[in-house]
Design a protein around this ligand. Structure first.
Ligand code: ATP
Length: 309
């Protein structure tokens, strides 16, 4: 559906996007994560044929961005991070205007607009003036606008920015639905945890380089050099800590808040089944035993060096 090969864009001496290789299939929801200025928008604009690369290729549904720009624009819905709206237009008029721009026949426009308004939960504002909407409502109308021509591929640049927590959850549900509808979606964000449970894949970009690309679990695994365990025993915490220190797989043990044992395993240790066994055999009453989760935020900090251009 989307493929890039060594996609590169320079602005003078600055390499905004550096040799990016991506391959996304139907139904993939790809979370494109990176700090300000890392190259997310530039990458999306090249895929949307709005910007020419200096080097490399990109294909959308097998069509090259160099030779099939018109076809690609029909296949792609691009939602920029900021977009203007017009004065003196109601929401429904605004959407119908874009239907006309997409050459959707007049007889079908109203129905399509109503459907998309419903999808983004904005039917109640259909007759409001489009320039009088809140930021979050404008974002939702922008998303409805992006979906009007039933694009197969969606490029959404920070669709959740400026939205309240409830609207963010709704956008997440919408992204999930788009994946289920077999659309291919690239969605950018710097709000990392937001994407973890919606995306089928994530890529982290820094200084124009795609540092990691894989499914969420793979990325987490890559980020986690050492497993950290949280253990609680009913009593004799210090003794339990000493016992843990003697285990071959354990690198360090500390006693944290509320007497919680924090056990760091040696690098690349994956099987830690001996630990609960040792505790139980040692006569300790095990109250809690869990592996600390690596969230996308931690993964990003681990995998990047904070080199923002
Ligand atoms: N038209 C331009 N001329 C010169 N430099 C540009 C231009 N557009 C972008 N850049 C630079 O390219 C780099 C990548 O910018 P880009 O907008 O792709 O980042 P981004 O990851 O989308 O950032 P943000 O999260 O802030 O939207 C930045 O350093 C930016 O300053």
């Amino acid at each position: 559906m989307i493929e890039t090969r060594n996609l590169t864009k320079r602005y003078g001496n600055l390499i905004a996007v550096n040799n990016i290789n991506l391959k996304l299939s139907e139904g993939d929801v790809f979370g494109f994560i990176g700090p300000n200025g890392s190259g997310k928008t530039t990458t999306m604009r090249m895929i949307a044929t709005l910007l020419n690369p200096d080097h490399g290729e990109a294909y959308v549904c097998g069509k090259s961005i160099y030779t099939n720009q018109e076809d690609i624009r029909r296949l792609v819905g691009f939602m920029p991070d900021f977009f203007g709206v017009y004065d003196d237009m109601t929401v429904i008029e605004y959407l119908e205007f874009f239907c006309a721009a997409y050459r959707i026949p007049g007889s079908k426009r109203r129905k399509i607009c109503e459907e998309k308004l419903e999808l983004v939960d904005m039917s109640f504002k259909r007759d409001a003036m489009v320039n009088e909407l809140s930021r979050g409502q404008t974002q939702r109308i922008g998303l409805a606008r992006t979906l009007l021509h039933e694009p197969q591929v969606l490029l959404l640049d920070e669709p959740a920015s400026g939205l309240d927590p409830r609207a963010r959850i709704e956008i997440r549900n919408l992204l999930r639905r788009l994946g289920e509808l077999k659309k291919t979606v690239i969605v950018s964000s710097h709000i990392l945890p937001e994407l973890a449970d919606v995306c089928t894949r994530v890529g982290m970009i820094e200084k124009g380089n795609l540092i990691v690309d894989g499914n969420v679990a793979e990325v987490m695994k890559k980020a986690r050099q050492r497993i950290l365990l949280n253990i609680r025993v009913r009593d004799r915490v210090e003794d339990a800590a000493k016992l843990m220190e003697q285990c071959d797989t354990v690198e360090a043990v500390s006693i944290g808040k509320d007497q919680l044992l924090e056990v760091t395993l040696k690098p690349n240790v994956e099987d830690y089944s001996e630990i609960p066994a040792e505790l139980v055999n040692g006569g300790f009453a095990l109250m809690l035993f869990r592996e600390e989760e690596v969230n996308l935020e931690t993964a990003f900090m681990e995998l990047t060096k904070g080199l923002v251009q």
